[in-house]
Design a protein around this ligand. Structure first.
Ligand SMILES: [Zn+2]
Length: 214
């Protein structure tokens, strides 16, 4: 199992020199003593910043799924739709497969990723973190490739341009919320350091972690 308190041994990706990594301070970098290649970095604030971004993403996701994406008005009629509403309409019109794919990639996977990340980030705040946190982190990882906010955003914009020739289109709050999600997801991934979580997970066969200073 993972030995937490011993120093990690890595090989330099550039010159293959084997070296022990010291405990890095937040925002610190470790360079290879022979060639100067950065062999390890530790992000500043690896838990609080992604937590703040994840909470923002949760709000954006709720808005994206409840507020109308766009409103259409043509010949005196007005209609608006949400993502879930769109998927439901597709299902009713006999396009069940597309409806399920849209619902999964635009609603279920992003919601799953955000909820798993939120649980992980809240649970590791008070070390030692319980062992199920590791399992949750794996689930969040498996949800991530299926959250296709940017693909959906592109699809919506293409549809918008096409419909704009036929009807008056008002971009809704939901559309801006989807746009925010497109930026927030990569921001969570960049600021989040999974190492920080694994370090805090309490393993059943390793009591050494409990004596780590808080
Ligand atoms: Zn090197």
């Amino acid at each position: 199992m993972l030995a937490v308190n011993t120093m990690e041994t890595v090989a330099c990706p550039d010159c293959d020199l084997l070296q022990h990594l010291p405990e890095l301070p937040p925002g610190g970098k470790a360079r290879c003593p022979r060639c100067g290649w950065v062999v390890a970095t530790r992000t500043v604030d690896p838990l609080d910043r992604p937590l703040a971004l994840t909470i923002t993403a949760l709000i954006a996701l709720i808005l994206a799924n409840t507020a109308p994406l766009m409103g259409l008005s043509a010949v005196g009629r007005y209609a608006s739709t949400t993502i879930v509403g769109g998927a439901y309409d597709m299902w009713v019109q006999g396009q069940e497969v597309t409806a399920v794919i849209v619902a999964f990639c635009a609603v279920i996977a992003p919601a799953g990723y955000i909820l798993f990340m939120l649980t992980v980030l809240l649970a590791v705040r008070r070390p030692p973190a319980p062992q199920w946190v590791g399992e949750m982190l794996r689930w969040a990882d498996s949800m991530r490739p299926w959250s296709m906010n940017e693909v959906m955003m592109l699809g919506i914009l293409v549809a918008l341009v096409k419909i704009a020739e036929l009807a008056t289109v008002d971009p809704g709050v939901g559309l801006y919320a989807v746009g925010a999600l497109v930026v927030l997801f990569p921001a969570i991934m960049v600021t989040f350091d999974p190492h920080e979580v694994w370090k805090r997970v309490e393993w059943a066969d390793n009591e050494a972690t409990t004596e780590e200073p808080a």
